[in-house]
Design a protein around this ligand. Structure first.
Ligand code: HEC
Ligand code: HEC
Ligand code: HEC
Ligand code: HEC
Ligand code: HEC
Ligand code: HEC
Ligand code: HEC
Ligand code: HEC
Length: 248
């Protein structure tokens, strides 16, 4: 019986395809690409040949013992130096020429501390938009030994609203008792012994007066000319002292 023409063509086509495939597999494609053994061996060589960028978890000990000791006792004992300071191998070789950056920016810490339901229960988490939003984290927490700062909690226990307001204001770091002298008895019999309240413009001027501010006034406090600014009105007729940026 005669084989039909189209079947012969199909057979020829299949034979050519098979031939090309075998040729490519065993002749054209280099063995290195086909053999998984060679492939792995080369990948290892390639990785080993890369320059080392990380110095490793113990490399900082020799020169920064104080930081190492401090961190080892604190909550960040499990976070390595280079997690925050980046690869620092070059720095360990030439400490004077290359210094690793320090993540002082507020945006850094939330990478691990933003509230995320998938994190283990009890892991310290915060909501960065609500948690003291106006200050860098390191103005209140030491990065090498992060504990919540000691705030005058007692006032907050009864004046929670004022405390919460102040915490998001530019006066966040000023203790209540800087502006109010509170007798001890106020905490047990609050109405019987009231704390003082600032009474004069000069009081705010100790930090804010251009020229006449106290020597130990914080440098970040913006300065105004006390003799003209706000006329003769008391400062808190326009600035709520617990949230001074909100003007009325
Ligand atoms: C051989 C000693 C040596 C080693 C090892 C070393 N450092 Fe330093 N480091 C220094 C010296 C010295 C300075 C101060 C350099 C300067 O101020 O110019 C410094 C400064 C720094 C600073 C300060 C940068 C700043 O902004 O103030 C950081 C951060 C730092 N090192 C991190 C590390 C880390 C992380 C390691 C480990 C991976 C490490 N160092 C290992 C000697 C060393
Ligand atoms: C959680 C992140 C974090 C870790 C982990 C960390 N650092 Fe830092 N480090 C910082 C930040 C932020 C600053 C800047 C602090 C400042 O300016 O007040 C800093 C500052 C420094 C400085 C310069 C100022 C100083 O306090 O002496 C050195 C040196 C330093 N770190 C070394 C180290 C070493 C060594 C380790 C590991 C033992 C380490 N750091 C681990 C975040 C970290
Ligand atoms: C690589 C992840 C990581 C980064 C980045 C990091 N932390 Fe932490 N932080 C941790 C871990 C882990 C703990 C310990 C959690 C525990 O003990 O359960 C912790 C604990 C804390 C605590 C809790 C202390 C307490 O009383 O519970 C504070 C505050 C804190 N970190 C502040 C910071 C600040 C500020 C920065 C930025 C300079 C920072 N963290 C960056 C991982 C990180
Ligand atoms: C104005 C000071 C201040 C600033 C700025 C600040 N914190 Fe705090 N932080 C506190 C105080 C006070 C507490 C403890 C009371 C509380 O939970 O509010 C605390 C608690 C924490 C805790 C522990 C929460 C827990 O549930 O155990 C973490 C984590 C933390 N802060 C991280 C940060 C990070 C990250 C930043 C920067 C994005 C930051 N803090 C900025 C004052 C501050
Ligand atoms: C046990 C609760 C409690 C504690 C703790 C407490 N207060 Fe008070 N405070 C009160 C009460 C109640 C009043 C009276 C409110 C009223 O008369 O409307 C008051 C009034 C005040 C006033 C207003 C005085 C006036 O003349 O209007 C100031 C200022 C004040 N407290 C500051 C503080 C400071 C600062 C602290 C922390 C050192 C503090 N308080 C702690 C309960 C408390
Ligand atoms: C920068 C100074 C300053 C700081 C810090 C401050 N206060 Fe005041 N506070 C004032 C002044 C000024 C007034 C008087 C406002 C008025 O008479 O309208 C006042 C008024 C008050 C009053 C009377 C009720 C009210 O809201 O006017 C209370 C209560 C009070 N403060 C509590 C606190 C507590 C609690 C803290 C800490 C969480 C605190 N203050 C921190 C300056 C301050
Ligand atoms: C102990 C020093 C101190 C005292 C007292 C003080 N302030 Fe301030 N104030 C500051 C500091 C510091 C800042 C700026 C904080 C920052 O932005 O880092 C500030 C910020 C301000 C701002 C600028 C808000 C903004 O960001 O636009 C106003 C307004 C202000 N204070 C008003 C007052 C008034 C009113 C009083 C008196 C009731 C007062 N302050 C008492 C330290 C002080
Ligand atoms: C009549 C209302 C009024 C009075 C009273 C007043 N201020 Fe102001 N203050 C303002 C206004 C409005 C601004 C914003 C515009 C500007 O910067 O002049 C301001 C801004 C400020 C700033 C921020 C300046 C800056 O560079 O960011 C400070 C600090 C300040 N005032 C402190 C005070 C102090 C301290 C007193 C009391 C001695 C006071 N103010 C009294 C209305 C007032």
């Amino acid at each position: 019986m005669k084989v039909p023409e189209q079947v012969r063509r199909l057979a020829l086509l299949i034979a050519i395809l098979a031939g090309v495939t075998l040729l490519a597999r065993f002749v054209l494609i280099p063995r290195a690409l086909v053999s998984t053994d060679l492939h792995w061996a080369e990948a290892v060589q390639r990785e080993v040949a890369k320059p080392v960028k990380f110095a490793g978890a113990v490399a900082c000990q020799d020169c920064h013992e104080d930081v190492v000791v401090k961190k080892a006792k604190g909550f960040h004992k499990g976070v390595t130096c280079e997690t925050c300071h980046g690869p620092a191998a070059k720095h360990t070789e030439e400490p004077g020429a290359v210094t690793p950056p320090a993540p002082r920016d507020r945006r850094f810490c939330p990478a691990c501390h933003t509230y995320d339901p998938s994190r283990p229960t009890g892991f310290p988490q915060i909501n960065p938009t609500a948690h003291n939003p106006l200050k860098p984290c390191i103005s209140c927490h030491n990065a090498h030994d992060p504990v919540p700062p000691r705030v005058p909690r007692e006032c907050a226990a009864c004046h929670a609203q004022i405390e919460r307001t102040k915490a998001v204001s530019s006066h966040a770091l000023i203790a209540c008792t800087t502006c109010h002298k509170a007798p001890e008895r106020h905490k047990s019999a609050p109405r019987a012994a009231l704390p003082s309240k600032p009474e004069t413009r000069e009081f705010c001027g100790t930090c804010h007066s251009a020229g006449t501010a106290a020597k130990d006034a914080p440098k970040e406090a913006p300065k105004v000319d006390l003799s003209t600014h706000g006329g003769r009105s008391l400062c808190w007729e326009c600035h709520y002292p617990h949230l001074p940026e909100g003007r009325t």
